[in-house]
Write a protein that binds this ligand. Sequence first.
Ligand code: 5AD
Length: 349
Amino acid sequence: MDNISLLDKLEKQLLEKQEFVSLISSYTEKDAEYAAEKARAIAQSIYGKSVYIRGLIEVSNYCKNDCYYCGIRRSNLKCERYRLTKEDILECCEHGSQLGLHTFVLQGGEDLHYTCGEICDIVSSIKKLHPDCCVTLSIGEKSFEEYKAYREAGADRYLLRHETANEWHYSKLHPESMSLKNRMNCLLQLKELGYQTGAGMMIGTPFQTAEHLAEDMLYLGTLKPHMVGIGPFIPHKDTPFAKEKSGDVDLTVFLLSLSRIMLPHALIPATTALGTASGTGRERGILAGANVVMPNLSPMSVRKKYMLYDGKISTGSESADALKDLAKRMESIGYHIDLSRGDHADYKQ
Ligand code: 5AD
């Protein structure tokens, strides 16, 4: 089957692994444009030309894990560590709320300092002060009981990228202490608890093949997450992957389109990594079917410390001006920023 027919097939049903492999390894510029057009049309039929805005608060860069690709890994002794207090986080939310935002994403390394009770307290305080806002957590692998407690405290969504769906590849990116099985198990638990759940992967990590990406697509097709985060791998100078090359922007954009075609209702960000790898990356992402942007709401004093990869951009919603700038960028490609909660279309409150 040719690539155009495969893209048409993907719109109706899940492709088989070999079909994904062939699409991913042999797509042309024309195929990518066809996929982007299709993906855009699907996104617009469900969400219109809205680009949902999430305020990202990077709560801590302490991490117990040692992922080989990540700049805030435990072994990176050059990373200057910080942790926001509850008051800091509430201040960020207040600021975001004044700008009109309705989703706060609390992201951090797996920092053992915060107890479950503290996280619940932070979540419930945000919900109390901003009852019409959504709280998204992105703080890694926890126990079912912890996920349950956060949910009961009011957390609405959870982001946990699976990173790669292939066991062997997973073991090349992570130390032995981490397992893909556990990560996938966490994702199932999050869904079961009623979180709008996000999975996803990096494109172009060391050792990644078209087969691995095909497995990522199959995994996303079966898990059916509400959100899909896909960005290019970008090396960080103080990690074991310092000398590796960055992921390909075109391939990243193509996979965004495939994800949109496969999961029409998904909320798909044009990621910061995509915006870092290419100055027009986020616009390209939206034009390929993405419909979310996550500007940075973290305090200015900690922005440079949350360096997951080299050169990470920090265009934020730190000021009304920065948000206006983002709005202008989206308008320049025929879209508009949407400050509402932006729930998944299937989600009933
Ligand atoms: N390049 C690109 N993305 C990265 N992430 C972590 N390190 C890197 C890197 N070097 C991504 C991971 C993680 C998310 C928060 O950031 O996919 O889940």
